[in-house]
Design a protein around this ligand. Structure first.
Ligand code: VG1
Ligand code: CO
Length: 543
């Protein structure tokens, strides 16, 4: 087996976005494209020689081919050992768990999360550091700079490694350990949650439905919910991970998880419903004919965390991404703990978690997690909810209603305008940014503007600064609207509009969110000229 140095030319478009590099599969399949990016990762890491890396992905199309290339390149670049999930599978939180548990140098995760999969759809790759979390901007920017000057990459000339069985092999001096993708993660879940109580709940009259959406969480749900917790097999749907996710869009929300939503809104609905996304880091929580917004979910978990063994000693603090509703802030204030506001993307929680400043984190985009790993974690959130239901004996709806009665309700909704023309979307944001100074202190409809700015974040741990993270217009009554462009899409642009209004009066807390937010929705269009700039009459997805 000889190690080759292959001459190459840089690609100009390898800047990682909110969560790694995401492109169409066909872009990755261009000669040298994947190789260039992987070499740029290796070249940006100091002291990689002889170290251990974790590799795995969500099982989508091109996952296996990419892993074989990465293994050969890792060997040629002097990596000492690779832990790879069987069949190339590792959910994003499981990869984070494995990196931490075995004190690895880092890991490469192959996923485009909830984006559709298949030869004509999306693929993605990202690097995680030794803490198990997504590389911070300092590293992703270094990878990008390296990709712009790369002129060769190293790869071993060798055949494919058999990934279908666990065990150890050797590849050009590097050890390849094929590991069970579920074991370590399932063990960690048992340490955090009261499996006995959840088992008793699931074996009683309580009924549950979990939708793995033909993506990576199927095998995890089978092991944890069915084998270890005794839920009946019929509680699970779509548990076989398919390379094209059965043509679906594994994004756990009211639009894309329609089949599950219909089951939870039927007359004979189960007590609890949940779904996860392509790579297993997102979650949607449903009660019987009841939807929990991800922002409320974070607030409810924060308020009740001490009921769960892993958090019985209380929380150090909580963090949420900027567009996430301020529901968690109210709980943090009541508990006397800190609440941090970070830019969108899990990488911004890493420093706070490592420094022990926060225990729970969440994003409005169906992401919730804690210090147990350094990624958001779909099944973890499901188990957390089940643990709370088991201990309190309440229904999902009751738990949330009680929460609102105590803390007030933050009506919340996100409107996405997907795949709009890129130029229009950028013009909209630019025009909005220009208007910010003139909006300060003005009245807009019945609302008075308290602040209007472009979110800038200074990391409290390493003082790194991230500019232009989204336009926020906040009103004196606590309402807000936020505008930003997605950093995970692979086609056109996606405008995200986030709307929030606080309601303290328990008699006013049971309206439909779209109705309660109607005034703000109109105002957002007026202020930003959404219809004019996007040419769209309505959002493509409302969550
Ligand atoms: C979206 C979400 C963000 C999330 C990111 C990755 O990013 O808004 O909250 O962290 O996806 O999630 P953007 O830039 O498109 O708004 V995942 O599950 O796709 O890795
Ligand atoms: Co995801």
């Amino acid at each position: 087996m000889s190690s080759l140095e292959i001459p190459t030319q840089p690609f100009p478009d390898q800047r990682p976005g909110t969560s790694g590099l995401r492109k169409k599969v066909r872009v990755f399949q261009q000669p040298h494209y994947l190789e260039n990016f992987v070499q740029s990762i290796f070249d940006s890491l100091d002291g990689l020689e002889g170290q251990t890396l974790v590799v795995g992905g969500d099982g989508r199309y091109y996952n296996r081919s990419a892993i074989q290339i990465i293994l050969r390149m890792a060997a040629a670049n002097g990596v000492g050992r690779i832990l790879v999930g069987r069949d190339g599978i590792l959910s994003t939180p499981a990869a984070s768990c494995v990196i931490r548990k075995y004190h690895c140098f880092g890991g490469i995760i192959l996923s485009a999360s909830h984006n559709p999969a298949g030869p004509d759809a999306d693929f993605g790759i990202k690097y995680n550091t030794a803490n198990g979390g997504p590389a911070p901007e300092r590293i992703t920017e270094a990878i990008f700079s390296r990709s712009r000057e790369l002129d060769r990459y190293r790869i071993l000339e060798a055949g494919d490694i058999d990934l279908s069985r666990t065990g150890s092999t050797e590849l050009g001096g590097m050890t390849v350990d094929v590991i069970d993708p579920v074991d370590d993660y399932a063990g960690l879940m048992e340490e955090l949650f009261d499996f006995d109580r959840i088992r008793t709940l699931l074996q009683g009259d309580f009924s549950l439905r979990f939708d793995a959406m033909h993506a990576v969480t199927g095998p995890y749900a089978e092991e944890i919910l069915v084998r270890r917790l005794g839920a009946p097999t019929r509680s699970l749907m779509h548990t076989v991970p398919l390379e094209d996710f059965a043509g679906g869009h594994p994004d756990p929300n009211l639009t894309y998880a329609r089949e599950l939503v219909d089951i939870l809104y039927a007359d004979d609905a189960p007590d609890f419903g949940a779904a996860s996304d392509g790579d297993g880091d997102r979650n949607m929580i449903l009660g019987r004919r009841f939807f929990v917004t991800p922002s409320d979910s974070l607030a409810v978990l924060t308020a009740n965390a001490t009921l769960v063994p892993g958090y019985a000693e209380g929380l150090k603090g909580v963090a949420r991404s900027m567009p996430t509703s301020q529901a968690a802030d109210r709980v943090a204030a009541a508990l006397g703990i800190k609440c941090y506001e970070t830019p969108t993307g899990w990488k911004f929680f890493g420093n706070l978690l490592d420094a022990g400043e926060v225990t729970l984190c969440g994003e409005e985009s169906f992401g919730t997690g804690s210090a147990h790993v350094r990624e958001k974690d779909g099944l973890w959130a499901v188990l957390f909810w089940l643990n709370l239901l088991a201990v309190t004996g309440k229904s999902v709806e009751q738990l949330v209603h009680d929460h609102w009665a105590t803390y007030g309700r933050n009506y919340y909704s996100r409107h996405d305008y997907e795949d709009v023309e890129s130029e229009g979307a950028h013009t909209l944001m630019q025009a909005l940014r220009q208007r910010l100074p003139e909006l300060q202190g003005r009245r807009l409809g019945e609302h008075e503007v308290a602040y209007a700015d472009d979110f800038r974040y200074e990391d409290p741990i390493d003082q790194s600064v991230s500019e232009a993270q989204g336009v926020r217009i906040g009103f004196s009554d606590g309402s807000r609207m936020v505008f930003r462009l997605s950093g995970t899409g692979t086609q056109g642009a996606t405008l995200r509009v986030y709307l929030e209004r606080y309601e303290a009066d328990p008699d006013q807390q049971h309206q439909d969110a779209q109705t309660a937010l109607a005034g703000l929705i109109r105002l957002a269009d007026e202020v930003a000229g959404i219809r004019t700039h996007t040419g769209r009459e309505a959002p493509s997805v409302i969550t």
